[in-house]
Design a protein around this ligand. Structure first.
Ligand code: ATP
Length: 274
């Protein structure tokens, strides 16, 4: 294996309109980003720069989408990595991957002629878990490197770096990461409510022939507890059922079967991992 952090190739643009529900999370994020771009004001008032935004919440709720949209909103390049990519057998490799990720972000932004880069680290708890007194030297070095990189971020830098990270286990994070000047802005990304579910279903039904609007409303009502990722699966599975029946459009029975399948799939996954 090479010693460089995997270069993330996910560069497609995404706007906040393509994220269903999550109105509060979107609002809070836009507020934070608006604050960030206001460089002169921040400097004039001597406000401590915001370096990290932590997105917390269950899997599949759109945290990665929010980070991508943040990059688009701030006209930044986007780099993504997952905490597990930094975990290596050899001490020091994880730390050098962190260093590479930040230098890659700066290089990529400069090359693209952008003044900022958004770095998104999913599953931050894998490297940012609570340190336990020398038991996990490798993790310690990686986390220390991340803290060092964060401390080296300045609002006046060009290109400017905004670090975003996601976790569904905030309570597991090392307090050093949550200190002022580090990840001091937290945004909760929860499972969508019925209105959010309908919005998400609409987004994923855009390129699909669905018999009627009422079917989506009914599906939204019947998918309590589903994440955005599961709702995307529902629409996809429903389309597959419709295709199997050579149906012109997606009907009630296809959606019902798809909802059952996604619900059952989740159950089976959970049973096998317990
Ligand atoms: P994880 O923590 O498991 O990485 P996540 O919260 O980052 O999950 P995403 O990767 O953003 O979740 O979402 C996975 C997929 O689910 C998206 O690519 C999209 O298709 C769908 N999805 C999730 N949430 C939404 C949403 N709010 N609106 C529209 N689509 C969504």
């Amino acid at each position: 294996r090479g010693s460089r952090a995997k270069a993330p190739a996910r560069t497609e643009m995404l706007s906040f309109e393509q994220i269903g529900g999550q109105e509060r999370a979107k609002r809070e994020l836009v507020e934070a980003l608006d604050f960030l771009v206001n460089k002169e004001e921040i400097a004039r008032l001597g406000i401590r720069p915001m370096k990290g935004i932590l997105l917390t919440g269950p899997p599949g709720t759109g945290k990665t989408l929010l980070a991508k949209a943040a990059a688009q909103y701030t006209d930044s390049v986007f780099l993504a990595a997952s905490g597990s990519e930094f975990v290596e057998m050899y001490v020091g490799v994880g730390a050098s991957r962190v260093r590479d990720l930040f230098s890659d972000a700066r290089k990529k932004a400069t090359k693209a002629g952008k003044s900022a880069a958004v770095i998104f680290i999913d599953e931050i708890d894998v490297i940012g878990g609570k340190r336990d007194g020398g038991q996990q030297r490798e993790y310690d070095q990686t986390l220390n490197q991340l803290l060092t990189e964060m401390d080296g971020i300045h609002t006046t830098d060009t290109p400017r770096i905004l670090l975003m990270a996601a976790t569904n286990r905030k309570e597991m994070l090392d307090p050093a990461l949550l200190r002022p000047g580090r990840f001091d802005r937290h945004i909760g990304v929860d499972l969508p409510d019925v209105k959010g579910r309908l919005h998400i279903l609409h987004i994923h039904a855009k390129n699909k022939p669905v018999e009627s609007e009422q079917l989506l409303e009914r599906a939204a009502a019947e998918t309590f507890g589903f994440s955005g990722a599961q709702l995307e699966s529902v629409m996809n599975e429903a389309a597959i059922y419709a295709m199997r029946e050579h149906s012109e459009s997606i009907g009630r029975s296809h959606l019902t079967m798809a909802i059952d399948k996604v619900m059952m799939g989740e159950k089976t996954d959970r049973e096998t991992t317990q």
